[in-house]
Design a protein around this ligand. Structure first.
Ligand code: UGA
Length: 446
Protein backbone atom coordinates (compact mmCIF):
# COMPACT_ATOMS: atom_id res chain seq x y z
CA UNK A 1 0.00 0.00 0.00
CA UNK A 2 1.16 3.57 -0.64
CA UNK A 3 0.79 5.52 2.57
CA UNK A 4 1.26 9.20 3.42
CA UNK A 5 1.52 10.06 7.10
CA UNK A 6 0.90 13.70 8.01
CA UNK A 7 2.76 14.74 11.17
CA UNK A 8 5.93 13.18 12.55
CA UNK A 9 5.25 13.32 16.28
CA UNK A 10 5.40 10.09 18.28
CA UNK A 11 2.34 8.57 16.71
CA UNK A 12 3.00 9.60 13.11
CA UNK A 13 6.67 8.76 13.07
CA UNK A 14 6.42 5.40 14.79
CA UNK A 15 3.40 4.32 12.72
CA UNK A 16 4.98 5.48 9.46
CA UNK A 17 8.22 3.65 10.14
CA UNK A 18 6.37 0.50 11.23
CA UNK A 19 4.10 0.51 8.14
CA UNK A 20 7.28 0.71 6.03
CA UNK A 21 8.74 -2.18 8.03
CA UNK A 22 5.68 -4.21 6.97
CA UNK A 23 6.69 -3.66 3.32
CA UNK A 24 4.50 -0.67 2.48
CA UNK A 25 5.73 2.41 0.69
CA UNK A 26 5.52 5.28 3.19
CA UNK A 27 6.08 9.02 2.94
CA UNK A 28 6.09 10.92 6.24
CA UNK A 29 5.23 14.60 5.92
CA UNK A 30 6.07 17.43 8.29
CA UNK A 31 6.06 21.21 8.05
CA UNK A 32 8.62 21.79 10.78
CA UNK A 33 11.89 22.56 8.95
CA UNK A 34 14.02 21.46 11.93
CA UNK A 35 12.30 18.09 12.27
CA UNK A 36 12.41 17.56 8.54
CA UNK A 37 16.11 18.39 8.30
CA UNK A 38 16.81 15.94 11.14
CA UNK A 39 14.77 13.17 9.51
CA UNK A 40 16.16 13.75 6.03
CA UNK A 41 19.71 13.64 7.31
CA UNK A 42 19.09 10.26 8.94
CA UNK A 43 18.30 11.45 12.49
CA UNK A 44 15.20 11.03 14.64
CA UNK A 45 13.84 14.09 16.49
CA UNK A 46 12.48 12.06 19.44
CA UNK A 47 14.03 9.53 21.77
CA UNK A 48 12.46 6.12 21.25
CA UNK A 49 14.47 2.91 21.62
CA UNK A 50 15.05 1.16 18.27
CA UNK A 51 13.36 3.81 16.12
CA UNK A 52 16.52 5.24 14.60
CA UNK A 53 17.68 1.81 13.41
CA UNK A 54 14.27 0.92 11.98
CA UNK A 55 14.06 4.24 10.13
CA UNK A 56 17.55 3.88 8.66
CA UNK A 57 16.79 0.31 7.55
CA UNK A 58 13.56 1.25 5.77
CA UNK A 59 14.95 4.41 4.17
CA UNK A 60 17.83 2.31 2.81
CA UNK A 61 15.34 -0.24 1.49
CA UNK A 62 13.60 2.55 -0.44
CA UNK A 63 10.29 2.07 1.37
CA UNK A 64 10.41 5.17 3.58
CA UNK A 65 11.03 8.85 2.92
CA UNK A 66 10.50 12.19 4.63
CA UNK A 67 9.19 15.31 2.91
CA UNK A 68 7.67 18.72 3.45
CA UNK A 69 5.63 18.39 0.26
CA UNK A 70 2.19 17.28 1.43
CA UNK A 71 0.65 17.63 -2.01
CA UNK A 72 3.08 15.23 -3.68
CA UNK A 73 2.80 12.76 -0.80
CA UNK A 74 -1.02 12.76 -0.96
CA UNK A 75 -1.06 12.45 -4.77
CA UNK A 76 0.72 9.13 -4.62
CA UNK A 77 -1.13 7.68 -1.62
CA UNK A 78 -3.90 5.05 -1.30
CA UNK A 79 -4.13 5.86 2.40
CA UNK A 80 -3.45 9.23 4.05
CA UNK A 81 -3.04 9.13 7.83
CA UNK A 82 -3.49 12.32 9.82
CA UNK A 83 -1.29 12.14 12.93
CA UNK A 84 -0.87 15.79 13.89
CA UNK A 85 -1.06 17.06 17.47
CA UNK A 86 -4.26 17.76 19.38
CA UNK A 87 -2.85 19.82 22.28
CA UNK A 88 -5.17 20.85 25.10
CA UNK A 89 -6.85 24.25 25.08
CA UNK A 90 -6.97 26.06 28.45
CA UNK A 91 -10.46 24.54 28.96
CA UNK A 92 -9.05 21.01 28.63
CA UNK A 93 -10.69 20.49 25.26
CA UNK A 94 -8.58 19.20 22.38
CA UNK A 95 -7.42 21.89 19.98
CA UNK A 96 -8.42 20.66 16.52
CA UNK A 97 -6.76 23.47 14.60
CA UNK A 98 -3.96 21.28 13.23
CA UNK A 99 -6.33 18.46 12.28
CA UNK A 100 -8.52 20.86 10.34
CA UNK A 101 -5.58 22.53 8.62
CA UNK A 102 -4.23 19.11 7.59
CA UNK A 103 -7.66 17.99 6.35
CA UNK A 104 -8.02 21.13 4.21
CA UNK A 105 -4.58 20.65 2.66
CA UNK A 106 -5.28 16.97 2.01
CA UNK A 107 -8.61 17.84 0.37
CA UNK A 108 -6.89 20.25 -1.99
CA UNK A 109 -4.31 17.62 -2.92
CA UNK A 110 -6.59 14.57 -3.33
CA UNK A 111 -6.38 12.85 -6.70
CA UNK A 112 -8.41 9.68 -7.27
CA UNK A 113 -9.94 7.44 -4.59
CA UNK A 114 -8.11 7.77 -1.26
CA UNK A 115 -8.79 6.65 2.30
CA UNK A 116 -8.23 9.43 4.82
CA UNK A 117 -7.66 8.11 8.33
CA UNK A 118 -7.29 10.08 11.57
CA UNK A 119 -4.84 8.53 14.01
CA UNK A 120 -4.58 11.53 16.35
CA UNK A 121 -6.71 11.24 19.49
CA UNK A 122 -9.77 13.33 18.67
CA UNK A 123 -13.14 14.10 20.29
CA UNK A 124 -16.23 12.25 19.18
CA UNK A 125 -17.52 13.64 15.91
CA UNK A 126 -14.15 14.86 14.62
CA UNK A 127 -13.88 12.28 11.86
CA UNK A 128 -17.27 13.40 10.61
CA UNK A 129 -16.08 17.02 10.71
CA UNK A 130 -12.98 16.04 8.76
CA UNK A 131 -15.11 14.14 6.26
CA UNK A 132 -17.44 17.13 5.76
CA UNK A 133 -14.55 19.55 5.51
CA UNK A 134 -12.85 17.47 2.80
CA UNK A 135 -16.14 16.96 0.98
CA UNK A 136 -16.75 20.72 0.96
CA UNK A 137 -13.43 21.30 -0.83
CA UNK A 138 -13.18 18.51 -3.39
CA UNK A 139 -15.18 16.24 -5.68
CA UNK A 140 -12.50 13.54 -5.60
CA UNK A 141 -13.74 10.23 -4.11
CA UNK A 142 -12.55 9.37 -0.59
CA UNK A 143 -13.59 7.58 2.60
CA UNK A 144 -12.99 8.65 6.20
CA UNK A 145 -11.62 6.19 8.72
CA UNK A 146 -10.87 6.55 12.42
CA UNK A 147 -7.72 4.64 13.32
CA UNK A 148 -6.97 5.24 17.00
CA UNK A 149 -3.49 4.60 18.28
CA UNK A 150 -2.63 2.68 21.45
CA UNK A 151 1.18 2.79 21.49
CA UNK A 152 3.16 3.81 24.57
CA UNK A 153 6.24 5.96 24.55
CA UNK A 154 9.32 3.91 25.34
CA UNK A 155 7.85 0.71 23.89
CA UNK A 156 6.28 2.26 20.82
CA UNK A 157 7.70 -0.12 18.21
CA UNK A 158 6.65 -3.26 20.04
CA UNK A 159 3.21 -1.82 20.79
CA UNK A 160 2.77 -1.01 17.10
CA UNK A 161 4.09 -4.26 15.67
CA UNK A 162 2.44 -6.46 18.32
CA UNK A 163 -0.75 -4.59 19.24
CA UNK A 164 -3.40 -6.00 21.60
CA UNK A 165 -5.97 -4.94 19.01
CA UNK A 166 -6.45 -2.71 16.00
CA UNK A 167 -9.60 -0.59 15.93
CA UNK A 168 -10.95 0.72 12.65
CA UNK A 169 -13.92 3.09 12.70
CA UNK A 170 -15.51 3.53 9.29
CA UNK A 171 -18.71 4.26 7.41
CA UNK A 172 -17.60 2.32 4.35
CA UNK A 173 -17.11 -1.43 4.81
CA UNK A 174 -14.85 -1.50 1.77
CA UNK A 175 -12.53 1.15 3.21
CA UNK A 176 -12.52 -0.63 6.58
CA UNK A 177 -11.58 -3.91 4.90
CA UNK A 178 -8.68 -2.29 3.04
CA UNK A 179 -7.32 -0.80 6.26
CA UNK A 180 -7.88 -4.13 8.02
CA UNK A 181 -5.84 -5.88 5.30
CA UNK A 182 -2.95 -3.51 6.04
CA UNK A 183 -2.98 -4.54 9.72
CA UNK A 184 -3.51 -8.28 9.26
CA UNK A 185 0.20 -9.11 9.59
CA UNK A 186 0.12 -7.53 13.08
CA UNK A 187 -2.82 -9.20 14.81
CA UNK A 188 -5.95 -11.27 14.35
CA UNK A 189 -7.81 -8.97 16.71
CA UNK A 190 -9.04 -6.32 14.31
CA UNK A 191 -12.25 -4.63 15.28
CA UNK A 192 -14.38 -2.64 12.88
CA UNK A 193 -16.70 -0.07 14.46
CA UNK A 194 -18.57 3.06 13.50
CA UNK A 195 -16.62 6.33 13.52
CA UNK A 196 -17.89 7.66 16.84
CA UNK A 197 -17.34 4.43 18.76
CA UNK A 198 -13.72 4.24 17.57
CA UNK A 199 -13.15 7.82 18.70
CA UNK A 200 -14.69 7.29 22.12
CA UNK A 201 -13.07 3.90 22.62
CA UNK A 202 -9.64 5.53 22.56
CA UNK A 203 -10.52 8.06 25.27
CA UNK A 204 -12.31 5.39 27.29
CA UNK A 205 -9.22 3.15 27.21
CA UNK A 206 -6.93 5.91 28.48
CA UNK A 207 -9.52 6.94 31.08
CA UNK A 208 -9.71 3.36 32.34
CA UNK A 209 -5.93 3.02 32.61
CA UNK A 210 -5.69 6.39 34.39
CA UNK A 211 -8.44 5.22 36.75
CA UNK A 212 -6.51 2.05 37.55
CA UNK A 213 -3.45 4.14 38.44
CA UNK A 214 -5.37 6.58 40.64
CA UNK A 215 -7.16 3.70 42.34
CA UNK A 216 -3.95 1.89 43.23
CA UNK A 217 -2.40 5.16 44.38
CA UNK A 218 -5.29 5.76 46.75
CA UNK A 219 -5.00 2.16 47.96
CA UNK A 220 -1.28 2.86 48.54
CA UNK A 221 -2.13 5.92 50.62
CA UNK A 222 -4.48 3.79 52.71
CA UNK A 223 -1.79 1.08 53.00
CA UNK A 224 0.50 3.68 54.56
CA UNK A 225 -2.10 4.37 57.23
CA UNK A 226 -3.18 0.82 57.98
CA UNK A 227 0.21 -0.88 57.70
CA UNK A 228 -0.45 -2.95 54.55
CA UNK A 229 1.87 -3.33 51.56
CA UNK A 230 0.47 -2.03 48.25
CA UNK A 231 2.70 -4.26 46.12
CA UNK A 232 1.22 -7.33 47.80
CA UNK A 233 -2.28 -5.91 47.54
CA UNK A 234 -1.80 -5.14 43.82
CA UNK A 235 -0.32 -8.55 43.10
CA UNK A 236 -3.24 -10.28 44.74
CA UNK A 237 -5.73 -8.09 42.89
CA UNK A 238 -3.95 -8.65 39.58
CA UNK A 239 -4.37 -12.44 39.69
CA UNK A 240 -8.09 -11.88 39.21
CA UNK A 241 -8.46 -12.10 35.43
CA UNK A 242 -11.19 -9.49 35.55
CA UNK A 243 -8.72 -7.00 37.05
CA UNK A 244 -5.35 -8.01 35.54
CA UNK A 245 -1.91 -7.09 36.88
CA UNK A 246 -1.02 -4.21 34.50
CA UNK A 247 -1.15 -0.56 35.53
CA UNK A 248 -1.38 -1.30 39.24
CA UNK A 249 2.05 0.14 39.99
CA UNK A 250 1.62 2.68 42.78
CA UNK A 251 3.80 5.76 42.63
CA UNK A 252 3.58 9.51 42.26
CA UNK A 253 0.92 9.46 39.56
CA UNK A 254 0.70 9.47 35.80
CA UNK A 255 2.12 12.15 33.51
CA UNK A 256 2.98 12.39 29.85
CA UNK A 257 1.30 13.79 26.80
CA UNK A 258 -1.69 11.42 26.84
CA UNK A 259 -3.38 10.52 30.14
CA UNK A 260 -3.49 14.06 31.60
CA UNK A 261 -4.69 15.55 28.30
CA UNK A 262 -7.13 12.78 27.38
CA UNK A 263 -8.77 12.51 30.79
CA UNK A 264 -9.42 16.25 30.83
CA UNK A 265 -10.66 16.14 27.23
CA UNK A 266 -13.10 13.33 28.03
CA UNK A 267 -14.46 15.30 30.97
CA UNK A 268 -15.06 18.15 28.50
CA UNK A 269 -16.62 15.84 25.90
CA UNK A 270 -19.03 14.58 28.57
CA UNK A 271 -19.69 18.15 29.72
CA UNK A 272 -20.72 19.16 26.21
CA UNK A 273 -23.55 16.63 26.34
CA UNK A 274 -24.43 17.73 29.87
CA UNK A 275 -22.93 14.70 31.55
CA UNK A 276 -20.87 15.23 34.67
CA UNK A 277 -18.15 12.57 34.56
CA UNK A 278 -17.68 12.52 38.34
CA UNK A 279 -15.49 9.42 38.45
CA UNK A 280 -12.99 10.79 35.96
CA UNK A 281 -12.87 14.18 37.70
CA UNK A 282 -11.82 12.35 40.87
CA UNK A 283 -9.21 10.34 38.99
CA UNK A 284 -7.65 13.59 37.78
CA UNK A 285 -7.77 15.16 41.24
CA UNK A 286 -6.24 12.10 42.93
CA UNK A 287 -3.48 12.13 40.35
CA UNK A 288 -2.68 15.79 40.92
CA UNK A 289 -2.36 15.25 44.65
CA UNK A 290 -0.40 12.03 44.48
CA UNK A 291 2.83 13.70 43.39
CA UNK A 292 2.89 15.60 46.69
CA UNK A 293 3.13 12.30 48.55
CA UNK A 294 6.91 12.67 48.15
CA UNK A 295 6.89 16.26 49.36
CA UNK A 296 4.74 15.36 52.38
CA UNK A 297 7.23 12.69 53.35
CA UNK A 298 10.14 15.10 53.06
CA UNK A 299 8.29 17.64 55.18
CA UNK A 300 7.51 15.04 57.80
CA UNK A 301 11.12 13.95 58.01
CA UNK A 302 12.43 17.52 58.19
CA UNK A 303 9.77 18.76 60.58
CA UNK A 304 8.07 20.85 57.88
CA UNK A 305 11.16 22.94 57.08
CA UNK A 306 12.76 22.34 53.68
CA UNK A 307 14.38 25.77 53.32
CA UNK A 308 18.13 25.41 52.89
CA UNK A 309 17.98 21.62 52.65
CA UNK A 310 19.80 20.03 49.75
CA UNK A 311 17.43 17.69 47.95
CA UNK A 312 18.65 15.43 45.16
CA UNK A 313 16.18 14.38 42.47
CA UNK A 314 16.66 11.30 40.32
CA UNK A 315 14.47 11.17 37.23
CA UNK A 316 12.79 14.03 35.37
CA UNK A 317 10.95 12.33 32.50
CA UNK A 318 7.33 11.27 33.04
CA UNK A 319 8.40 7.65 32.80
CA UNK A 320 11.59 5.75 31.93
CA UNK A 321 12.97 5.24 28.40
CA UNK A 322 11.75 8.56 27.11
CA UNK A 323 13.04 12.13 27.12
CA UNK A 324 9.45 13.40 27.28
CA UNK A 325 8.83 15.58 30.31
CA UNK A 326 5.34 16.81 29.50
CA UNK A 327 3.16 16.76 32.65
CA UNK A 328 5.95 14.92 34.44
CA UNK A 329 5.27 14.81 38.20
CA UNK A 330 8.87 16.04 38.63
CA UNK A 331 7.85 19.45 37.31
CA UNK A 332 5.49 20.28 40.16
CA UNK A 333 7.56 18.54 42.80
CA UNK A 334 10.66 20.53 41.86
CA UNK A 335 8.66 23.73 41.51
CA UNK A 336 7.44 23.24 45.07
CA UNK A 337 10.89 22.38 46.40
CA UNK A 338 12.49 25.45 44.81
CA UNK A 339 9.56 27.65 45.92
CA UNK A 340 10.10 26.70 49.57
CA UNK A 341 13.83 27.39 49.34
CA UNK A 342 15.29 23.90 49.05
CA UNK A 343 18.54 23.54 47.09
CA UNK A 344 17.76 21.02 44.37
CA UNK A 345 20.33 18.86 42.57
CA UNK A 346 18.73 17.01 39.65
CA UNK A 347 19.75 14.22 37.31
CA UNK A 348 18.05 12.30 34.51
CA UNK A 349 19.79 9.95 32.06
CA UNK A 350 18.44 11.83 29.01
CA UNK A 351 15.58 14.20 29.80
CA UNK A 352 17.46 17.10 31.44
CA UNK A 353 17.59 19.38 28.34
CA UNK A 354 13.84 19.00 27.71
CA UNK A 355 13.11 19.49 31.40
CA UNK A 356 15.20 22.64 31.63
CA UNK A 357 13.50 24.21 28.64
CA UNK A 358 10.10 23.69 30.27
CA UNK A 359 11.07 24.32 33.90
CA UNK A 360 13.68 27.05 33.59
CA UNK A 361 16.70 27.01 35.87
CA UNK A 362 15.30 28.20 39.22
CA UNK A 363 18.69 27.75 40.88
CA UNK A 364 18.73 23.98 40.34
CA UNK A 365 22.11 22.24 40.00
CA UNK A 366 21.77 20.09 36.86
CA UNK A 367 24.03 17.10 37.30
CA UNK A 368 25.72 14.75 34.85
CA UNK A 369 25.41 11.64 36.94
CA UNK A 370 23.26 10.03 39.63
CA UNK A 371 26.00 9.99 42.28
CA UNK A 372 26.98 13.56 41.48
CA UNK A 373 23.39 14.67 42.13
CA UNK A 374 23.28 12.80 45.43
CA UNK A 375 26.61 14.12 46.67
CA UNK A 376 26.18 16.05 49.90
CA UNK A 377 22.36 15.85 49.71
CA UNK A 378 20.19 15.84 52.83
CA UNK A 379 17.68 13.62 51.02
CA UNK A 380 17.23 11.94 47.66
CA UNK A 381 13.88 11.63 45.84
CA UNK A 382 13.59 9.02 43.10
CA UNK A 383 10.86 10.22 40.72
CA UNK A 384 11.32 8.08 37.56
CA UNK A 385 12.11 4.38 37.58
CA UNK A 386 15.05 4.39 35.16
CA UNK A 387 16.87 1.08 35.21
CA UNK A 388 20.16 2.70 36.21
CA UNK A 389 18.58 3.87 39.48
CA UNK A 390 17.37 0.38 40.32
CA UNK A 391 20.95 -0.82 39.88
CA UNK A 392 22.39 1.84 42.19
CA UNK A 393 24.81 0.59 44.83
CA UNK A 394 23.06 1.79 48.00
CA UNK A 395 26.06 1.57 50.35
CA UNK A 396 28.06 3.67 47.86
CA UNK A 397 25.15 6.10 47.56
CA UNK A 398 24.93 6.37 51.31
CA UNK A 399 28.64 7.18 51.38
CA UNK A 400 28.31 10.27 49.18
CA UNK A 401 25.14 11.70 50.68
CA UNK A 402 25.16 14.24 53.49
CA UNK A 403 22.35 12.32 55.21
CA UNK A 404 21.11 8.93 54.04
CA UNK A 405 17.45 9.72 53.41
CA UNK A 406 15.81 8.13 50.37
CA UNK A 407 12.24 8.75 49.21
CA UNK A 408 11.49 6.20 46.51
CA UNK A 409 8.54 7.62 44.57
CA UNK A 410 8.32 4.60 42.27
CA UNK A 411 8.90 1.67 44.64
CA UNK A 412 12.07 0.72 42.80
CA UNK A 413 13.98 -0.73 45.74
CA UNK A 414 13.18 -3.98 47.51
CA UNK A 415 13.34 -4.71 51.18
CA UNK A 416 16.64 -6.59 50.81
CA UNK A 417 18.22 -3.65 48.96
CA UNK A 418 17.74 -1.25 51.85
CA UNK A 419 17.89 -3.73 54.72
CA UNK A 420 21.65 -3.66 55.28
CA UNK A 421 22.03 0.10 54.90
CA UNK A 422 21.53 3.07 57.21
CA UNK A 423 19.02 4.66 54.88
CA UNK A 424 15.94 6.32 56.24
CA UNK A 425 13.84 4.85 53.48
CA UNK A 426 10.32 5.69 52.41
CA UNK A 427 8.47 4.39 49.38
CA UNK A 428 4.81 4.55 48.32
CA UNK A 429 2.32 2.39 50.17
CA UNK A 430 4.89 0.04 51.71
CA UNK A 431 5.15 1.16 55.34
CA UNK A 432 6.73 -2.10 56.46
CA UNK A 433 9.77 -1.27 54.31
CA UNK A 434 10.29 2.09 55.98
CA UNK A 435 13.74 1.87 57.42
CA UNK A 436 15.01 3.52 60.50
CA UNK A 437 12.35 6.17 60.53
CA UNK A 438 11.20 5.80 64.09
CA UNK A 439 14.73 5.72 65.43
CA UNK A 440 16.25 8.31 63.16
CA UNK A 441 13.66 10.98 62.59
CA UNK A 442 13.94 12.39 66.10
CA UNK A 443 17.69 12.73 65.55
CA UNK A 444 17.11 14.77 62.43
CA UNK A 445 16.32 18.01 64.22
CA UNK A 446 17.83 20.61 61.93
C1 UGA B 1 -0.52 5.92 27.16
C2 UGA B 1 -1.25 4.59 26.94
O1 UGA B 1 -0.67 3.57 27.75
C3 UGA B 1 -1.18 4.15 25.48
O2 UGA B 1 -1.95 2.97 25.28
C4 UGA B 1 -1.75 5.27 24.60
O3 UGA B 1 -1.63 4.96 23.23
C5 UGA B 1 -0.98 6.56 24.87
O4 UGA B 1 -1.09 6.89 26.27
C6 UGA B 1 -1.59 7.63 24.03
O5 UGA B 1 -2.77 7.95 24.24
O6 UGA B 1 -0.96 8.07 23.06
P1 UGA B 1 2.06 6.66 27.51
O7 UGA B 1 1.50 7.97 27.95
O8 UGA B 1 3.14 6.64 26.49
O9 UGA B 1 0.86 5.73 26.88
O10 UGA B 1 2.65 5.93 28.77
P2 UGA B 1 2.16 4.85 29.84
O11 UGA B 1 3.13 3.73 29.84
O12 UGA B 1 0.75 4.50 29.67
O13 UGA B 1 2.37 5.65 31.21
C7 UGA B 1 1.63 6.82 31.50
C8 UGA B 1 1.92 7.28 32.90
O14 UGA B 1 1.32 6.41 33.84
C9 UGA B 1 3.41 7.36 33.27
O15 UGA B 1 3.63 8.57 33.96
C10 UGA B 1 3.61 6.17 34.19
O16 UGA B 1 4.63 6.39 35.13
C11 UGA B 1 2.25 6.06 34.86
N1 UGA B 1 1.94 4.71 35.35
C12 UGA B 1 1.75 3.69 34.48
C13 UGA B 1 1.83 4.50 36.71
O17 UGA B 1 2.00 5.42 37.54
N2 UGA B 1 1.51 3.24 37.17
C14 UGA B 1 1.31 2.21 36.32
O18 UGA B 1 1.00 1.09 36.81
C15 UGA B 1 1.44 2.43 34.94
Amino acid sequence: MNIAVIGTGYVGLVSGICYAELGNSVVCVDKDPFKLATLQSGGIPIYEPGLQELSTKNVAAGRLSYTGDLRAAVHGADLVIIAVGTPPLPSGEADLRYIEAAAAEIADALRGYTIVAVKSTVPVGTNERVRDLIRSRTDEPFDSVSLPEFLREGSAIRDTLEPDRVVIGAESREAANKVAELHKPLTDRIMITDLRSAELLKYASNAFLATKISLINEIANICEKVGADVTQVAEGMGYDKRIGPAFLQAGIGYGGSCFPKDTRALIQIAGHVEYDFKLLRSVVEVNREQRFNVVRKLEMIFGGELRGKTIAVWGLSFKPNTDDVRESPALEIMRHLTDVGAKVRAYDPIATPNFRSLFGDRGVAWCEGALEAATGADALCLLTEWEEFAKADLPELQGVMGRPILIDGRNVFREEDVAGTDFVYYSIGRPSLNQGVREKVPLLQY
